[in-house]
Design a protein around this ligand. Structure first.
Ligand SMILES: O=P(O)(O)OC[C@H]1O[C@H](OP(=O)(O)OP(=O)(O)O)[C@H](O)[C@@H]1O
Ligand SMILES: O=c1cc[nH]c(=O)[nH]1
Ligand SMILES: [Mg+2]
Length: 209
């Protein structure tokens, strides 16, 4: 069973409420997604391994902690992952980036793939998959399958909002992938939207509806 972490930091919860509000402007929505991603970024990277390195401060030499191993990969599920990616890149400017182009067929709720590009040495790097919405879980499960086929081994998933159905489905398909989210909502409606949710994240972020 996947480990699920709900990030209940008060600032995250406050900003999530602002995001849910249907009267939030496109600019406000974009800014908030990026801000929340910064907070969530702290949690999703909490268990990264450190190694000691000798450095010289202006005062003396010391052994100080640095991240161990290769830079990690941020894997953004298009389109909505891009908003969170912006915040995470600010936190980890040297991260490598993977893009996975998927949209959900509104009838079948199955993902339709239109793009995939990942670093060639992804097998040697930790991977954080980002997409604000975990609804049925079909999109992220497909994205993770593609990343595993490309060689990824150490994968975690960061979203903003999850439905219980999606958490369950992802845990079934990829039990090795830890899930980080700001909230787990009530359920999915007949169209596969999260209730109460925040609507269509991509459309709200890019102003396409
Ligand atoms: O868990 P699922 O049921 O698969 O739904 C979640 C997916 O739906 C949304 O993308 P969408 O298909 O709207 O594409 P977009 O980001 O281009 O708007 C969202 O960003 C996820 O990728
Ligand atoms: O509630 C939902 C479900 C899928 N995708 C979204 O953007 N929102
Ligand atoms: Mg969308």
């Amino acid at each position: 069973m996947s480990k699920v972490t709900v990030v209940d930091h008060p600032l995250v919860q406050h900003k999530l409420t602002l995001l849910r509000d249907k009267n939030r402007s496109t600019a406000g929505f974009r800014r908030l997604i990026k801000e929340v991603a910064l907070f969530l970024g702290y949690e999703v990277t909490r268990d990264l391994e450190l190694t000691m390195e000798h450095i010289e401060t202006p005062i003396c030499g010391m052994d100080a902690p640095k991240l161990k191993g290769k830079k990690l990969v941020l894997a953004s599920i298009l389109r909505a992952g891009e908003g969170m990616l912006e915040g995470l890149v600010e936190l980890m400017p040297s991260a490598r980036i993977a893009h996975i182009g998927l949209y959900r067929d509104p009838e079948t709720l199955k993902p339709v793939q239109y793009y995939f590009k990942a670093p060639s040495d992804i097998a040697d790097r930790p991977v954080i998959v980002v997409d604000p919405m975990l609804a049925t879980g079909n999109s992220v499960a497909h994205a993770i399958t593609l990343l595993k086929e490309a060689g990824a081994k150490d994968i975690r998933f960061l979203c903003l909002l999850a439905a219980p159905e999606g958490v369950e489905a992802l845990a079934q398909k990829h039990p090795d992938v830890a899930i980080f989210t700001a909230a787990i909502d009530s359920h999915l409606n007949d169209h596969g939207y999260i209730v109460p949710g925040l609507g269509d994240a991509g459309d709200r972020m890019f102003g396409t509806k």
